[in-house]
Design a protein around this ligand. Structure first.
Ligand code: CTP
Length: 182
């Protein structure tokens, strides 16, 4: 979804910085690409990329937790259960605030609209794209998506669309939010 949004923004003439974890997709030509592997690296890239930005669109499925320690050696088995202790990662979208529009995604498996609206309010977002990840035509590793857009004015249901089409509709929304802000 992030790559499709970057592409749609480039087509409209925006300057695009794409921050991405490893992916089989090629960064669209014309974008400035920031490859990252961890949530910490993503935070550092966001810090740099957001200087002078007018909008942040956060489609990344950032890991909510990371292992408390990382072993430099192979962990040998001993026949017992293995418990990994995980500590919470910071919520990047919630913590990056500034004079730019902030758009997030909400991946939900139940109570789609109430949960997405709670996220929008908690992270103080201008817009949130709500995604029911239990649907076979939506979410990870699919080319289509069925989403709702939620902003302070209410919610809009979109039909099942390709990720490119969702990206185009999102860029339309973003453009009108930027105009309203100006
Ligand atoms: N997000 C983020 N940093 C995290 C986790 C999520 O910036 N550590 C962003 C995602 O990129 C997305 C939004 O927050 O734009 C919502 O992510 P989602 O996974 O739907 O929800 P969470 O906030 O992680 O809440 P929960 O997992 O409890 O549903």
């Amino acid at each position: 979804m992030g790559y499709a949004i970057a592409q749609a923004l480039l087509r409209r003439g925006a300057r695009v910085k794409l921050i991405s974890a490893p992916s089989a997709l090629l960064p669209p030509s014309g974008s400035e690409f920031f490859p990252v592997e961890t949530a910490q690296e993503m935070a550092e890239a966001m810090d740099k990329a957001l200087k002078g930005a007018s909008a942040l669109v956060m489609a990344a499925a950032v890991a909510d937790y990371r292992p408390i320690e990382v072993s430099s050696r192979k962990i040998k088995k001993n026949g017992e259960n293995l418990c990994l202790e995980l500590v919470p990662n910071p919520d990047l979208l919630a913590s990056f605030r500034g004079d730019y529009l902030r758009v997030g995604f909400a991946a939900e498996s139940e109570e789609l609209l109430p949960n997405a609206e709670k996220k929008r309010l908690r992270k103080n977002l201008d817009l949130i794209v709500a995604n029911d990840i239990t649907r076979s035509d939506s979410g990870f590793d699919r080319d289509t998506n069925k989403v709702f857009f939620l902003d302070a004015g209410g919610s809009e249901e979109l039909p099942v669309l390709t990720k490119q089409e969702v990206a185009e509709r999102l860029v339309d929304r973003l453009t009108s939010l930027l105009r309203a802000k100006a």
